[in-house]
Design a protein around this ligand. Structure first.
Ligand code: SF4
Ligand code: SF4
Length: 84
């Protein structure tokens, strides 16, 4: 079982709260704007992320999601696709 960290950069309003709360200094603000004209946050050092979820709890725009990835799901999906 592993985790995935995802920032929806089009939801992000560039407030920087997630960057300031991250205990591992994983996040930084991008230098390119998104469709809304904000500089979104991104994982500059994803290898340092401990998936503590501080950033996703802090984000006022619910732009950050952390989900568990079951490695077995890939195998199951492949089995289902053999039908038809
Ligand atoms: S989950 Fe924790 S360590 Fe990872 S980016 Fe968010 S605040 Fe930082
Ligand atoms: S807290 Fe949310 S809205 Fe603010 S910079 Fe981070 S991802 Fe963007």
């Amino acid at each position: 079982m592993s985790y995935q960290h995802h920032i929806d950069k089009e939801r992000c309003k560039g407030c920087g709260l997630c960057v300031s709360v991250c205990p591992k200094k994983v996040l930084e603000m991008a230098t390119e704007i998104n469709d809304k004209g904000y500089f979104p946050a991104y994982q500059a050092r994803p290898e340092d992320c401990v998936f503590c979820a501080m950033c996703s709890e802090m984000c006022p725009d619910v732009a950050i999601s952390i989900c568990q990835v079951d490695d077995n799901v890939v195998g199951k999906t492949r089995q289902e696709s053999t039908h038809g």
